[in-house]
Write a protein that binds this ligand. Structure first.
Ligand code: ARG
Length: 472
């Protein structure tokens, strides 16, 4: 057993099973760079206010730099008996620079230290995910532009409802992912708060300068209440909730890709590089990537629920339970990052089967609403028009025809108001292009939405660049 930095009052060695059980090093070692950066800022602050002298500060800072390089080169030994990343680094510092290392932890606790590390990690994770969401948004806008002439059935209840532009459908996802990006932007405000100096829970007797530490680590604000600062994991819950919602959106489009690539729909073909075959059925090409992404959504929900459950009912302030926050957080960041990266690569390579989409949009009475609107415009009350068109559809089904395949005589036997111009009106393109309400599917409106989307992307990119700049 290595000497522990906290074992002054202990007369017995820690049970080995306890060491292994309570160790979090396998999980929190990925915080090493933030831990070291936080310690370096802490040292500088301690020296500035005179709690340690300049020589001690430079010994500590140099030692921390060497440890960082050791970890990066894979020369650092991790050991369960040292519990967590904080203890590993401090113990190694003691071996490296001797007794001066014992001053590093002055005016600090692991409770505020871990709160700082996680916030620093989450700043990077948030910016990385926003960057990916903007790239995904760009991919949707590019596809919307490319396929502006493609018509697809729009569905409600998974029944063909009304024809829409494929671009309109794609831009619906653009909206969802931009809201996700905005939710991550919004969470940033609450992540970007510096907790160090809260110490164990009550603050510290040393004359520290928290604002200086914050400035050195590029935090614009410091936490207001020391008890809250070491207990608060709200910002992680918010992050996981945004991540979960983003997975919901990925899962919904995944489901559509699975359906659309099926033989039954035949609307799209997924790229070979993103599909797999069956070990027994030679004809199969399976949509594994959308399926797996749909499946991984459950994992990220689990991560959110795990943290909510861990926090529920915890008394103030820090409790060891909170060590369990990191595994779900890291899992969610990794999962969401992978899923977004895959989508960004896969989307532009999907083959669109324009004819199949067009054909589906022209069959199945997707023009019934427009015939009712036509009659309403000619003076028939909408409910009567709805009933009349219902009868026409019934007749058309019986005769295995589409509405626009019925003769004028047949149509007029249901409503004398119907004239020859109806055949021009009941085409998918006309049906689409008459839906000129703001946010509607008319080509003109979708082109406007593409232009607005591009502008919004540029604005968000600029906002992201500013956050990157402020943080570094
Ligand atoms: N490894 C701990 C965590 O992740 C750090 C804080 C531990 N504090 C303590 N008093 N044991 O939460």
């Amino acid at each position: 057993m290595s000497q522990k930095l906290w074992d002054g009052r202990f007369s017995e060695k820690t049970d080995h099973r306890v060491e292994v059980f309570s160790s979090s090093i396998d999980v929190d070692k990925r915080l090493y760079a933030y831990d070291i950066e936080g310690s370096v800022a802490h040292c500088k602050m301690l020296a500035t206010v005179g709690i340690i002298n300049d020589e001690e500060a430079s010994i500590l800072i140099e030692g921390l730099g060497r440890i960082k390089r050791e970890i990066e080169h894979g020369d650092f030994v991790f050991d369960d008996s040292l519990e967590d990343i904080h203890m590993h680094i401090e113990t190694r510092l003691l071996q490296q620079v001797g007794k001066t290392a014992l001053k590093l932890h002055t005016a600090r606790s692991r409770n505020d230290q871990i709160a700082l590390d996680v916030r620093m990690f989450l700043r990077d994770a948030t910016l990385g995910l926003i960057d990916l969401l903007l790239k995904l948004g760009e991919a949707f806008v590019t596809l919307a532009k490319k396929y502006i002439q493609v018509i697809v059935p729009g569905y409600t209840h998974l029944q063909r409802a009304q024809p829409v532009l494929l671009s309109h459908h794609l831009l619906a996802y653009f909206e969802m992912f931009m809201r996700d990006a905005d939710r991550f932007f919004d969470g940033w405000e609450r992540i970007n708060v510096m907790p160090l100096g809260s110490a164990a829970l009550a603050g510290t007797t040393y004359p520290i300068d928290r604002h200086l530490t914050a400035k050195l680590l590029n935090f614009p604000t410091i936490s207001a209440n020391s008890i809250d600062a070491v207990s608060d994991r709200d910002f992680i819950v918010e992050f996981l909730s945004t991540a979960s919602l983003c997975m919901v959106h990925l899962s919904r489009i995944s489901e559509e890709l699975v359906l659309w690539s099926s033989y039954e729909f035949g609307f799209i073909e997924l790229p070979d590089a993103f599909s797999t075959g069956s070990s027994i059925m030679p004809q199969k090409k399976n949509p594994d990537i959308p399926e797996l992404i749909r499946g991984k959504t459950g994992r990220v929900f689990g991560d959110l629920i795990a943290l909510l459950t861990t926090l529920k009912g915890l008394p103030l302030a820090y409790n060891r339970d909170m060590q369990e926050d990191k595994a779900p957080l890291f899992d969610a960041v990794e999962t969401l990052t992978d899923c977004l990266e895959l989508y960004i690569k896969m989307l532009p390579k999907i083959k669109i089967n324009r004819e199949a989409m067009q054909k589906a949009a022209a069959t199945g009475y997707l023009d019934a609403t427009d015939l009712a609107d036509y009659l309403t415009n000619k003076g028939m009350p909408f409910r009567d028009a709805h009933h009349c068109v219902g009868q026409i559809v019934g007749y058309a089904i019986e005769n295995e025809k589409e509405i626009n395949e019925l003769s004028l005589d047949e149509l007029q036997s249901y409503a004398a108001l119907i004239k020859e111009d109806i055949y021009h009106i009941l085409t998918p393109q006309q049906i689409i292009d008459r839906r000129r309400t703001h946010g509607g599917t008319a080509t003109e409106k979708v082109n406007e939405a593409i232009a607005v989307g591009q502008k919004q992307l540029a604005k968000r990119r600029q906002k992201l660049a500013e956050l990157y700049k402020n943080k570094s």
